[in-house]
Design a protein around this ligand. Structure first.
Ligand SMILES: NC(=O)c1ccc[n+]([C@@H]2O[C@H](COP(=O)([O-])OP(=O)(O)OC[C@H]3O[C@@H](n4cnc5c(N)ncnc54)[C@H](O)[C@@H]3O)[C@@H](O)[C@H]2O)c1
Length: 306
């Protein structure tokens, strides 16, 4: 990786900073790392952490078990642009294929779609094997598949409970283990599991006990694997989004009537946008987060703060 480093700058001289950024861009450097020094040339603030640059050497292959985005192209595109080959994995193969095709055409990277039921161990193991065979390795895996069934606890059937647990928790366990095993034996890697703010609070007014319990389980699973694998090069983190406008929320007849209520309760008065989760996923994937493992990063517009 070739970096161009801007020479030391006086902290107050932001005009000069702009000029230097421009000069370096003109010189054709792919990434910038800028250090701001104070007048005595003592390093004070460092910014411009080259998050995308840090991915490039670390993440060449990505598994993303479903994209948590209504415009899926955006988040995965960041990885592809950073030089990653990407596997988009979903039960819904048509959507995954469409996204893969668009992304491959746009970025020139290898992007494949693989149909997998994340609750089926054989399918998950075969999926990881296929990714490794087609890409020559696996550096990063984002386990994002998840469902929610709303029903009062005393009316929820055992089948409903099991379905949520199977996809949201058992599916993550299976994929973490399949990807993690490969990474442990092949130089390490980074895994993100999608939890939820529902792991931290009980959402109201909708009753969703199975979802809440499954997501709390995701966080403890994440921390457990992070500890077990900490010295062996595999980092495992989770993200806990607040309400985000996706297929799950915007197109569900049972949830649409609740959106106004959620927005009234939300400190920012709105739901999050899928792209507001992108940078955190990109950060957790690469070497910029090399000391971050076992963390759960809440991105909820302060919903869980009160
Ligand atoms: N949207 C939100 O407000 C929100 C908030 C917090 C957390 N989350 C979590 O984010 C993740 C993505 O949610 P979303 O809003 O994009 O949901 P979504 O309904 O748009 O997508 C869920 C995806 O999971 C896939 N899936 C379902 N069962 C599967 C299985 N057995 N195997 C493989 N794939 C399967 C579906 O095909 C679908 O593409 C989920 O884990 C969800 O719990 C969502």
């Amino acid at each position: 990786m070739e970096y161009k480093v801007a020479p030391s700058l006086l902290a107050a001289d932001f005009t000069r900073l702009g000029e230097q950024v421009h000069e370096i861009e003109e010189a054709g450097a792919p990434y910038l790392h800028l250090d701001v020094m104070d007048g005595a040339f003592v390093p004070s603030i460092s910014f411009g952490m080259p998050v995308l640059a840090s991915i490039k050497p670390a993440v060449k292959q990505v598994i993303d078990t479903h994209l948590m985005i209504t415009e899926p192209i955006r988040y995965v595109e960041a990885f592809a642009e950073a030089g990653a080959d990407v596997a988009i994995v979903d039960l819904d193969i048509e959507e995954a294929k469409k996204t893969a095709k668009e992304l491959a055409e746009k970025t020139g990277r290898k992007v494949i779609a693989i149909q997998t039921d994340c609750t089926d161990k054989e399918q998950v193991d075969a999926m990881v094997k296929q990714v490794v065979e087609e890409f020559g390795g696996l550096d990063f895996c984002h386990n994002n598949a998840g469902i929610c069934i709303n029903a009062p606890a005393e009316e929820m059937t055992y089948e409903q409970w099991l379905k949520v647990m199977n996809i949201n928790l058992n599916g993550i366990f299976l994929t973490d283990i399949a990807a993690g095993k490969y990474m442990l034996e092949n130089g390490g890697g980074s895994i993100i599991n999608t939890a939820s703010m529902s792991a931290h609070i009980v959402n109201v007014p909708q009753p969703q006990c199975a979802y809440n319990a499954s997501k709390a389980g995701v966080i403890q699973l994440t921390k457990s694997l992070a500890i077990e694998w900490a010295k062996r090069g595999v980092r495992v983190n989770s993200i806990s989004p607040g309400y985000i406008g996706t297929e799950l929320t915007l197109n569900s007849p049972t949830l649409i009537p609740l959106i106004e209520k959620w927005n009234e309760m939300a400190p920012m008065g709105r739901m999050g946008k899928p792209e507001e989760l992108e940078a955190i996923c990109v950060y957790l994937a690469g070497d910029a987060s090399s000391f971050t493992t076992g963390s759960d990063i809440v991105v909820d517009g302060a919903f869980t703060c009160f």
